[in-house]
Design a protein around this ligand. Structure first.
Ligand SMILES: [Zn+2]
Length: 80
């Protein structure tokens, strides 16, 4: 079984969730992590790293997935 290529992780020494890419470094460039990551973003009220989030948004926009992202945001707002 291989480790997940990328995903969210929370470390004891950071109060925020960071997103890790395939090389084990966080998108914001501040953290290194080689443990288990989660596919899904943590819950809407989780404290996520804004730098990591910005990189994910930029990457999604580049791939043309920003429309989907807006739908997810709308859904979250509706539930809140
Ligand atoms: Zn981060």
């Amino acid at each position: 079984m291989t480790a997940k290529a990328s995903g969210w992780a929370h470390m004891d020494n950071s109060r925020r969730w960071h997103f890790f890419g395939a090389v084990g470094g966080s998108l914001c460039g501040r953290w290194a992590f080689f443990g288990e990551v989660r596919d899904a973003a943590p819950s809407a009220n989780a404290d996520t790293c804004s730098a990591c989030m910005a990189k994910i948004r930029a990457e999604r926009a580049r791939k043309g997935l920003d429309a989907h992202d807006r739908n997810v945001e709308a859904e979250r707002t509706a539930r809140a």
